[in-house]
Design a protein around this ligand. Structure first.
Ligand code: MG
Length: 265
């Protein structure tokens, strides 16, 4: 064997071992196989229940950041919201506003402003007195344009299809965990939404959504295909008296878009 042939033979042997090492064993394959589920599938595993602790105040609404656009501060919906699809006087929200919260009544509402990349903070509470079950218990929801509804539901000891429970991206993804508080207690969603990036008519980066439920991460940068632009924020009327308070939005900035540094003296 010439020295050259020997080198080639050695390289072939090393490559063969490398391929063998990369091949997953049979039981590893089994572990990686993920079952797929249809929307509303009751056979889907239930998200693990997590106590959200006290990262957000349960008794009083928090104070919005100074650069937030407040969509509901506790006194009126008239300035920032309309009833979806209505005009004139019909468009005035009919929700009950009292004691710093707005309660679902007479149709869903929609923000008059539109938003692009943003951070949305929204506090909600399902009725303290438990009525109904599954999807009929404290159902409402937050809609942000082309993303799925971020489901609002009383999911404290209330079984339903996982991609329809509180914190789910409805019909698409169950929350990573169930961080629900008890019925009647205030809960919080912090949602970070990023629009799809469109260049020359093509989507070069899909839209992304991240959701925290009571400070606990339940979706991380989940991608949504399709072209969609700035959106109104909508809150669903699903026939249950769900309450909302302290709703604000921050537009997402870019790095280094602050104020110039002070001049050197
Ligand atoms: Mg809903």
């Amino acid at each position: 064997m010439s020295p050259r042939t020997a080198i080639v033979a050695a390289l072939v042997t090393i490559a063969a071992f490398a391929v063998m090492a990369q091949e997953p064993k049979k039981d590893e394959l089994k572990k990686e196989e993920k079952k797929s589920y249809k929307p509303g599938d009751m056979t889907r595993p239930r998200p693990k229940v997590v106590d959200p602790g006290s990262t957000t105040p349960a008794d009083t609404p928090g104070k919005p950041p100074s650069d937030a656009i407040v969509l509901f501060g506790g006194t009126s919906l008239k300035e920032e919201w309309v009833r979806g699809g209505k005009k004139g006087d019909e468009a005035i929200p009919t929700w009950k506003v009292e004691n710093g919260y707005a309660e679902v009544k007479g149709g869903g509402i929609q923000s008059t402003r539109k938003f692009g990349d943003c951070q949305v903070h929204i506090e909600w509470a399902t009725p303290k007195e438990v009525k109904g079950n599954s999807q009929g218990r404290g159902n409402s929801g937050v809609y942000l344009g082309g993303f799925s509804e971020v489901q609002v539901l009383d999911s404290f000891n209330n079984d339903t299809y996982p991609d329809g429970q509180a914190g789910a991206l409805y019909s698409r993804f169950p929350p990573l965990v169930n961080a629900s508080r008890k019925p009647g207690e205030w809960q919080v969603y912090d949602i970070i939404a990023q629009l799809p990036k469109v260049e020359d008519g093509k989507v070069t980066r899909p839209g992304r959504i991240t959701v925290l439920h009571n400070g606990v991460l339940v979706h991380h940068a989940v991608e949504f295909g399709g072209k969609f632009g700035e959106f109104n924020i909508s809150l669903q009327d699903h026939g249950n008296p769900v309450r909302y308070r302290n709703i604000w939005v921050r537009k997402l900035g870019e790095y280094d878009d602050g104020t110039p540094p002070p001049e050197k003296k």
